[in-house]
Write a protein that binds this ligand. Sequence first.
Ligand SMILES: Cc1cc2nc3c(=O)[nH]c(=O)nc-3n(C[C@H](O)[C@H](O)[C@H](O)COP(=O)(O)O)c2cc1C
Length: 321
Amino acid sequence: MNIGSYHTNNKLILAPMASITDHSFRQVCREEGCGLVFSEMISARAMLEYPPEKLDKLAFLIRQDKPIAVQLFGSDRQVMGRAAEVAESYLQADIIDINMGCPARKILKNKEGGWLLRDINHAALIMEELVQRVNIPVSIKIRKGWEDCQTALEISRLAEEKGIKAVTIHGRTVEQGFSGQADWEIIKKIKEKINITVIGNGDVFTPYDAKRMLDYCGCDGVMIARGALGNPWIFPRTLSLLEYGVATPPPSFEEKMEKALHHLELLLTFKGEARATKEMRKHAHWYVKYAKGANAIRKEINKATTRQDFIEIFNKILAGQ
Ligand SMILES: Cc1cc2nc3c(=O)[nH]c(=O)nc-3n(C[C@H](O)[C@H](O)[C@H](O)COP(=O)(O)O)c2cc1C
């Protein structure tokens, strides 16, 4: 798949997920073969005000994590433009993505994220600004629109006109959040109407969903969010299905626990034990899903504060299978 001058190894993309797709999880998914990862969304304004140590740490993590699209959110055209320059030159992002879909109330209140789908003239100015300011490809991530103004197609056309290189479409309205079913018709329609890269997103939980989305919508790539939680194998299994017509079997619990431990080790390297183990709890819940005795184990996960606590939990899971 191409995003402007950028060529990815395959069509599968790890979605941006705030508080989840940090460096460690991105690495876990990359090791399993996903073609491109997105950073968590970053506030353009906040990034410009980061203390030097915080910006240095972000730069360190982004620079060794390639290829990566750095996602920015904001509303002020100049601020977004300056942040994009920093992301290109200092963070060494490969692609800059503009968040135009976040439905969180505090984001919408600031006329950021999904709000831009209501104010497409302003969205167009932001796209124009970023395309002019940086040399790397700029992409946008949108939703279908709002219930009363479904602007996805209009904004995708504007994006192409302004020099944006890829559009990711999550087939839900802003009001829907994550409820209901994602509408893949809109992805298909946009793919038919524009000539830049179109990435489909929404409700891909299995390799078969990914293939169905590619076949039905004709999109260039598939972005996976919730389907990758505790399940980075969705990438190699889907790649196998696309390449050979058969998805590789799902992982055993040995593989799952081994991966969970590897994920924890990465978190420990970058975040220290207290923070790493706290953040690992949510991932551990996803890794142990479907294990026998998972309900009882959940309580232990919530109390885990050390690497050793997690090792004992993972061993217990294995002993119970
Ligand atoms: C916990 C969580 C955090 C998310 N954070 C972001 C984000 O930072 N930026 C963004 O564009 N979308 C974000 N999303 C939306 C996802 O990228 C994706 O569009 C959505 O979950 C639909 O894809 P899925 O059905 O594969 O989960 C987030 C979703 C979840 C579940």
